[in-house]
Design a protein around this ligand. Structure first.
Ligand SMILES: [Mg+2]
Length: 332
């Protein structure tokens, strides 16, 4: 889970509800603003490929061997790697496998090789490469294959975006927030650190839909998402948990600090009505907070936050309640 994924994509929340653009790479001679790593132990090939790509408008980082390629790939997160198969030390296949193992959505790898046998090509594709360019090759072929690989990557990134984001608000969706929750809890247990869950529920949301219509309700949800996201730290994970309910995962945060965040969120939601055409819709929210206790499972932490939220509703709404083991019947 990298920092960008954990914080949610700001670009997605800037225009929540926008369709995800999977058209991606323009099909012209100029390649989009991308970073490509070119790894080849042969200086002539390295300089030639790098030069051709730069002429196409691509940023290039050249690497002299496999180890250097991996260091650069880890540090700079390139959009594509072009890797010579035969290099001293880590060869192209090793580099490709390491790249595949390092990320759930690794950048595509194109191999450069002098091998023309079917066995060699199959071995390369089995190592995870998306394409294979046989030396010698020409500039037009190289650029065309790079463009094709980037187009495929743009489409894949779009699908990943669609699969992990709530379409209405741009926040993480329920399935994705569950993945982050499991990871945060196991990390906290392993290192003896704290983590708190915060459940935010818009008060009387059904009345908003009934009174102003579903479109206004949707705009309220989008605006609530924007305000919650803006009120969070970069390390916090925010998702739409369901209907009008949002879940925040606050790493390294004890319950009292989490409650302060909860109060801040309630304030930013209630201090300014949501504008929707000519309407100004006043909203409040209730918040339930729970922190991870030793031995607690993720499902129990969800339940604890949910019980606290339930109590906030029972006690009159527009308030933050902490999980109380003596009041909320959750085993911990
Ligand atoms: Mg070589």
């Amino acid at each position: 889970m990298n920092a960008e994924a954990a914080s949610g994509l700001p670009s997605a929340i800037k225009n929540p509800g926008d369709a995800v653009d999977i058209a991606g790479v323009p099909d012209s001679d100029k390649l989009p603003l991308v970073l490509v790593v070119v790894a080849d132990d042969d200086g002539v090939t390295r300089a030639m490929v790098s030069g051709w790509l730069r002429d196409s408008g691509v940023d290039v980082v050249a690497a002299r061997d496999g180890d250097e390629a991996l260091v650069v790939a880890t540090a700079q997160k390139p959009d594509l790697l072009i890797v010579d198969v035969t290099m001293p030390g880590r060869d192209g296949h090793d580099v490709c496998r390491a790249i595949q193992a390092a990320s759930a959505v690794p950048p595509p790898v194109i191999f450069l090789t002098a091998h023309t046998t079917t066995t060699a090509r199959v071995a390369g594709l089995d190592a995870g490469a998306v394409d294979y360019i046989v030396k010698p090759f020409e500039q037009a072929e190289l650029v065309a294959r790079v463009r094709a690989a980037l187009r495929t990557k743009a489409a894949r990134d779009g699908f990943v975006e669609q699969a992990t984001r709530d379409r209405l608000t741009g926040l993480l969706n329920r399935r994705e927030i569950d993945v982050h929750a499991e990871a945060a809890v196991s990390l906290a247990h392993r290192h003896g650190r704290s983590v708190s869950f915060l459940m935010v529920d818009i008060d009387y949301f059904k009345r908003i839909n009934d009174r102003y219509g579903d479109a206004a309700g949707d705009e309220v949800l989008r605006e609530v998402a924007r305000r919650i996201f803006a009120a969070c730290r970069a390390s916090d994970v925010v998702g739409r948990y369901g209907g009008e309910e949002f879940l925040l995962i606050l790493p390294e945060t004890l319950v009292d600090a989490a409650a302060t965040t909860g109060d801040k969120i309630r304030r930013v939601l209630s201090e300014e009505p949501v504008k929707c055409d000519d309407l100004r819709i006043a909203i409040t929210a209730s918040v339930g907070v729970a922190e991870l206790n030793p031995g607690m499972r993720t499902a129990e932490l969800y339940e604890a936050a949910d019980r606290a939220l339930y109590r906030a509703k029972e006690l009159g709404r527009n308030r933050t309640e902490l999980h109380r083991p003596d009041l909320d019947l959750v085993s911990d």
